[in-house]
Design a binder for this molecule. Structure first.
Ligand code: NOJ
Length: 516
C-alpha cells in the first residue's frame, strides 16, 4: 500500500533556538531548553520541529554566519546535547529538521581565514567570490566589482588589504561561497551526511535560490529575486539534484525544504521537481494583505503550480502576522482574531504548514525595543532607519507574571514586554478561550481529518469579502470583510476561530463546516 510521506502534510514548528527556552541561564535559548519543552510541542500537536542554526558562530547574524558546520556552539550546548535532543524528539513522536546555510559561511570560518591569508588567484580564494576592483572605477567612481547590494544594506562587496573584494549578499561577516568550485559542493554533501548520520529527518535550506551567481557577475537592475544575475540561476538546480540523491540514500523519508523567494509560484515550482527538493517555502500568503481576493489568488496560484505546497504566515524574518493583520484596523483585537482565522484557512488546504514559535500564543511584534538592545545587523547597517527583525525574535513567555516569564533562570537576550503576563503558555493553558487552546484544537482536528481529505479544493460562491471552499466533506469559510455574512448550509461546525451564532460568520472569523 502506498503511504503519504510524512512531510507532505506535516505541520512543522519553527524553533528560533536563541529565543525558545534557556536551560543554562545565560539569557540565550539552548538545546537543553528545547528538550525540556518537547512535551509542550507534542501536546500542541505539531509533527516536526525545525531548528534555526545552532552551529559555532560569532553571531553576526544570529547564527546564520556559521564558523563550523559540524558542531554546536557552546552557547547552545554540545553535540551530545544535540544527539539527546534528536532521540528525545523522536521519542515524543516528532521529527526534527535542521537549518543548513550553504550560500555563505562566517568570515571566521577556517576556509575564509585561509582565503584571506592566501594570495590572489589561490585555491583558497577560489572557494569564495573574490574579484578585482572594477576596471571602469576611474570613469564611474565605483570601485566595487559590480553594482550588487547587500540584502542588509550597503554594497555587497568588502575590500581586503591586497585590494581584492569579496562578495557578501548579506553582512560582511557572511562571505558567499563559490558554488562553481567542486570542493565547496563536496564539502556540503559531506555536511549533509554528517547530520543525516546523527538522525536528522531533513534540512531547511537557507537562501536556497542564491548559491549560483550568473557567470561574469554582471550588474543587476534594481529589483530582486527572479531573473536577476543574483538569484535563481538555472545551475542551482543541479546542486539540489545532488542533495536529493544523498537524502534518498538514507532510510526514513529524509526531506529538504528550501527557503526560496521568487516572484511567481511557477519559479518556485522549479525547486520541487521530482528529483530536487521535497518542498519549498511558499511565502505568498505571508506577503498577502488581509483580503479574501488576495488569499484566493495565493491559493489558486499555489495549487496550480505545486503538487506538494507549503503554507506559512510568520517566521523569524518578518513582522509577526498578528501585528501585520492588525495594522489599519480600529479594533485592537483584530490582529489576533485574523491570525486565528488565517491559521484555520491555511490548515484546511492541501499541503504542509510551517508555524513560527509564539504564534500559538498570539504573540505580537515587539516594536519598542530599545536601540541598544537590538542585535539584527539590518538595524545597525541602516543606522537605525530600518528596525529589522528583533521584534519577532523576543524570547518566549512561558510562565509567571514578569520577565523573563520562565524563559530561563537568567534573563533574556532581548527584553520582553512588561505586559506579557497574560500571554504566557502557562496562563493560556488554563484558559479554554486562549489562542493556545485554539491552536491545539485546530491541530488536533486537522490530525483527525488526516488522510480523509482530497488533494484539491473547489471554490463556492461567497458573499462580500469572504471565501468559501470545499475540500471533500470539509467546507472552510473565512470572512475578511467588515460585515457578517450568512454561513453556507452545513450540519456541523468542527471548529471556528471565534464565536459563531449558528447562522452567520462574523468579520475576522473562519470556521470548518461539515455536511453529512
Ligand atoms: C535567511 C534567514 O532566515 C535569515 O534570518 C538570514 O539573515 C539570511 N537568510 C541570511 O542567512
Amino acid at each position: 500500500m502506498e503511504t503519504t510521506p510524512w512531510w507532505r502534510d506535516a505541520v512543522v514548528y519553527e524553533i528560533y533556538v536563541r529565543s525558545f527556552a534557556d536551560a543554562s541561564g545565560d539569557g540565550t535559548g539552548d538545546l537543553a531548553g528545547i528538550r525540556s519543552r518537547l512535551p509542550y510541542l507534542a501536546e500542541l500537536g505539531v509533527d516536526a520541529i525545525w531548528l534555526t542554526p545552532f552551529y559555532p558562530s560569532p553571531m553576526a547574524d544570529g547564527g546564520y554566519d556559521v564558523a563550523d558546520y559540524r558542531d554546536v556552539d557552546p552557547l547552545f550546548g554540545t553535540l551530545a546535547d544535540f544527539d539527546a535532543l534528536v532521540s528525545d524528539t523522536h521519542a515524543h513522536g516528532l521529527r526534527l529538521i535542521v537549518d543548513i546555510v550553504p550560500n555563505h559561511s562566517s568570515s571566521a570560518h577556517p576556509w575564509f581565514q585561509k582565503a584571506l591569508a592566501s594570495p590572489k588567484g589561490s585555491e583558497e580564494r577560489d572557494r569564495y567570490m573574490f574579484r578585482d576592483t572594477s576596471p571602469s572605477a576611474a570613469q564611474t567612481g565605483r570601485k566595487e566589482p559590480n553594482n550588487w547590494l547587500s540584502t542588509f544594506g550597503g554594497p555587497a562587496w568588502t575590500q581586503v588589504p591586497d585590494g581584492q573584494w569579496y562578495l557578501h549578499l548579506f553582512a560582511p561577516q557572511q562571505p558567499d561561497f563559490n558554488w562553481r568550485n567542486p570542493e565547496v559542493r563536496e564539502e556540503f554533501l559531506d555536511i549533509l551526511r554528517f547530520w543525516l548520520e546523527r538522525g536528522v529527518d531533513g534540512f531547511r535550506i537557507d537562501v536556497a535560490m542564491g548559491l549560483i551567481k550568473a557567470e561574469g557577475l554582471p550588474d543587476t537592475d534594481p529589483g530582486f529575486r527572479s531573473r536577476s544575475p543574483i538569484w535563481s540561476q538555472p545551475e542551482v538546480h543541479d546542486i539540489y539534484r545532488d542533495w536529493r540523491r544523498v537524502l534518498d540514500s538514507y532510510p526514513g523519508e529524509r526531506a529538504a525544504v528550501g527557503e526560496v523567494w521568487t516572484d511567481s509560484a511557477e519559479d518556485l515550482a522549479l525547486y520541487v521537481r521530482p528529483d530536487e527538493l521535497h518542498q519549498s517555502f511558499n511565502f505568498a500568503w505571508l506577503e498577502a494583505p488581509w483580503s479574501a481576493t488576495a488569499f484566493r489568488k495565493v491559493v489558486d496560484d499555489t495549487l496550480r503550480s505545486m503538487s506538494s505546497p507549503t503554507w506559512v504566515l510568520s517566521n523569524h524574518d518578518v513582522v509577526r502576522h498578528v501585528t501585520r493583520y492588525g495594522e489599519g484596523s480600529l479594533n485592537p483585537s483584530a490582529g489576533v482574531a485574523r491570525g486565528r482565522a488565517a491559521l484555520l484557512a491555511m490548515l484546511s488546504l492541501p499541503g504542509s504548514a510551517y508555524l513560527y514559535q509564539g504564534e500559538e500564543l498570539g504573540l505580537p511584534e515587539v516594536k519598542n525595543l530599545p536601540p541598544e538592545a537590538r542585535q539584527d545587523p539590518i538595524f545597525s547597517r541602516s543606522n537605525g532607519e530600518v528596525l529589522g527583525r528583533d521584534g519577532c525574535r523576543v524570547p518566549l513567555p512561558w510562565s509567571g507574571t514578569q520577565a523573563p516569564y520562565g524563559f530561563g533562570p537568567g534573563g533574556s537576550w532581548l527584553p520582553q514586554p512588561a505586559d506579557w503576563a497574560d500571554l504566557t503558555a502557562e496562563r493560556q493553558a488554563a484558559d479554554p478561550s486562549s489562542t493556545l487552546w485554539f491552536y491545539r484544537h485546530a491541530l488536533a482536528t486537522r490530525r483527525e481529518l488526516r488522510g480523509t481529505l482530497p488533494g484539491t479544493i473547489s471554490w463556492q460562491d461567497a458573499p462580500g469579502d469572504a471565501l468559501f471552499f470545499r475540500r471533500g466533506p470539509l467546507t472552510c469559510v473565512i470572512n475578511c470583510g467588515e460585515e457578517a455574512v450568512p454561513l453556507p448550509p452545513h450540519d456541523r461546525v468542527l471548529i471556528s476561530s471565534g464565536p459563531l451564532d449558528g447562522t452567520t460568520l462574523p468579520p475576522d472569523t473562519a470556521a470548518w463546516l461539515v455536511q453529512e
